[in-house]
Each structure stands twice: as structure tokens, then as C-alpha cells.
Design a protein around this ligand. Structure first.
Ligand code: AVJ
Length: 322
């Protein structure tokens, strides 16, 4: 139980799993680290700062789309909905839904950061006193259990904002959407934020902000390994490097070693050549047609798409096609 009485179910990765995944990623060629580990308490804070940057257009654009079409969105979702959010973060966008969605049967925010989730649970219980809230702390790409369905007649809707679907490669994205389709069941739906292909300069600036917040966010992964796994990465000897790869349709985020060096994770050594990189994140950008094909391959039908007028970002309402 948390101090305010909300129980947080916990399935987050153990330290041993973190260590295994870090070492197996660093032993690959090319080296990589799992993106989900960017989000510890510090990483979640840095991500919130990214979301406030001028250059990082997605959150503002997505919120504007949600607000402009909230009546339409809510008419499709509700009432008597069991709302599950994957990677709620600070729940900034959720407020828009919770403020308007009538008769929610339960709200289940899932996040990998326990600190973040506890914070959000406190905030939500004070802001929405009657809301049935069941937070789950989990790596949602792994195994975890959802609280059982509640009321009769409720339908399950998943909310997956922020274009986090872009962090998955094409096959993993399809598998993950299939898993969501199974979670919603027949009659269920997915409300998802999907970032769109656009001028590569705009994309480049969004992941290379002038203040260096994105760089700090990326480097925090090495700092976290130092803190939690007794690592000795020299943060000044790695450079944040992010670019848009138009052939693959994705931003790639890397940490590049500025010199030949050996880093330790506990007593395991990891050699780096000068210029060698660790791939920490992909952020795929979609065309509307491309995303519709992906959704369809996962058992969804695109019911409705809302975008801003440029159009840079989309919010999409998908229904389980079963
Ligand atoms: C949270 C995955 C949507 O890919 O744009 C922001 C994370 N990485 N800046 C994204 C991120 C660098 C973000 N997502």
C-alpha cells in the first residue's frame, strides 16, 4: 500500500535482469542497450523536460489534437470503460481523457518507474477522488498481470500515447499491437499517438535540442548503470548522437565512444574502440498508410484518424477487428 492507500502492483525488472540485459546488449556487435532502461526516476524527469522543449513538437501537437477532438474521442471510448494506459509517465495527456470520459469503470496506469507511478497515483487520487485506480509497475514489454476486469458490460480500451510505438522495430511493433488487441478483446479499442514522417530537419532538431536535455537523457543510461550496477562509465568520454535515417524511417539515438577505452559493469569489462557506438533508441516515424497496414496486420481496423493541419502527428482510434 502507498501512503494514500492506493495499492501499486509491481512487476518491474530486478537488478539481476537489468545487469543481464545490459551485458548482453554491450556484447553484441554493434552494441545496444534496451531503451526501456532510459526511464528511471532521473530519466523520467529528463523526459518531462524534453517534453517542454520548443524543438520537441510531439507532446504539444498531440495534446492539441486531443483537445480539439475530445468530444469525438470520448463518444467512441465511453461509457463504462476500463482504461489501461501503457507507459503513463506523468499522465499529462490522460487528464484530458479523465476530465471528459463519463463513468470510467477503472483506470489502470502502467509504468516502469515506481517513483513516477507513486507520484502519479497520489496526484490522481487527489484530483479525481472517486476514480477507481489500479496502478501497475511493470516493463510492459515483459510478463505482468493486469487487475481482473471489474464491472459487467465494461469494455476495455488501451491508451498508448506519445508515439512510443515508434520505439519498436516493425516486427516487434506488430507483435506488441497483437498483444494489445488480445488485451482489449473483441469490442475493445486502442487510442494511440503516432508520429508522422516529415522534414528531416524538424526531426533532427527534435532529438538534438540546443539545451542538451536529450543528450543528458541519453547519457543518464550510462549514469544509471554506474549507480545501480557498479559501473565506471566516464560520461565525458561518450557523445549523444541522434539522426534521422530516411531509408529506415526512424530516428536513431546512439552514444558514441570518443576514445578507445574499457568500461566496467561490476567486474565485467566492456571494450570500446574509438568511434564505436551503443544504440540506445529507435523512434520510427510513420506514413498514415504504413501505420494502417501495421495496425491491420495486428488485428486492428483503423476507425478514425485525427491530425494537426501540417500534419506532423496523429491520434488514431483503432478497433479490434475480431
Ligand atoms: C517517449 C519514445 C515517444 O521517441 O520521441 C524523446 C523518447 N527520445 N527524445 C521519442 C525520446 C529522445 C520518445 N518517446
Amino acid at each position: 500500500m502507498d501512503s494514500n492507500g492506493t495499492e501499486v502492483r509491481q512487476f518491474q525488472p530486478e537488478r539481476a535482469q537489468f545487469r543481464d540485459e545490459v551485458l548482453s546488449g554491450l556484447r553484441k556487435t554493434p552494441k545496444e542497450l534496451p531503451t526501456k532502461y532510459l526511464y528511471d526516476a532521473r530519466g523520467s524527469q529528463l523526459y518531462e523536460r524534453i517534453c517542454a522543449l520548443d524543438e520537441y513538437y510531439p507532446p504539444r501537437t498531440e495534446i492539441a489534437i486531443m483537445k480539439a477532438h475530445i468530444a469525438d474521442i470520448v463518444a467512441r471510448l465511453g461509457p463504462n470503460t476500463r482504461l489501461i494506459e501503457y507507459g503513463c509517465g506523468n499522465c499529462a495527456k490522460t487528464h484530458i481523457l479523465l476530465d471528459s470520459l463519463p463513468d470510467i469503470s477503472s483506470y489502470i496506469p502502467i509504468d516502469i518507474s515506481i517513483e513516477q507511478l507513486r507520484h502519479v497515483a497520489r496526484e490522481l487520487t487527489s484530483h479525481y477522488p472517486g476514480l477507481p485506480l489500479s496502478p501497475v509497475c511493470a516493463d510492459y514489454t515483459g510478463d505482468f498481470e493486469l487487475p481482473p476486469p471489474g464491472r459487467p458490460g465494461e469494455r476495455t480500451a488501451v491508451y498508448f500515447p506519445g508515439s512510443t510505438i515508434g520505439n519498436f522495430g516493425p516486427e516487434a511493433a506488430r507483435d506488441f499491437l497483437r498483444h494489445i488487441a488480445a488485451t482489449c478483446g473483441p469490442g475493445g479499442a486502442l487510442l494511440i499517438g503516432v508520429d508522422l514522417k516529415k522534414d528531416p530537419d524538424v526531426l533532427h532538431r527534435a532529438y538534438n535540442d540546443r539545451e542538451g536535455v536529450t543528450a543528458a537523457f541519453n547519457l543518464n543510461l550510462l549514469a544509471r548503470i554506474n549507480r545501480e550496477l557498479d559501473g565506471d562509465f566516464d560520461l565525458d568520454a561518450f557523445r549523444h548522437y541522434a539522426f534521422y535515417n530516411p531509408t529506415e524511417g526512424r530516428i536513431e539515438m546512439h552514444l558514441v565512444s570518443l576514445r578507445e577505452q574499457t568500461a566496467y559493469v561490476g567486474d565485467a569489462s566492456v571494450p570500446f574502440a574509438r568511434g564505436e557506438s551503443i544504440w540506445t533508441e529507435s523512434s520510427y516515424k510513420f506514413s498514415l498508410e504504413g501505420f494502417a497496414a501495421l495496425a491491420q496486420s495486428a488485428g486492428f481496423r483503423v476507425d478514425r484518424v485525427w491530425t494537426d493541419e501540417r500534419p506532423w502527428f496523429s491520434v488514431q482510434y483503432l478497433v479490434n477487428a475480431a
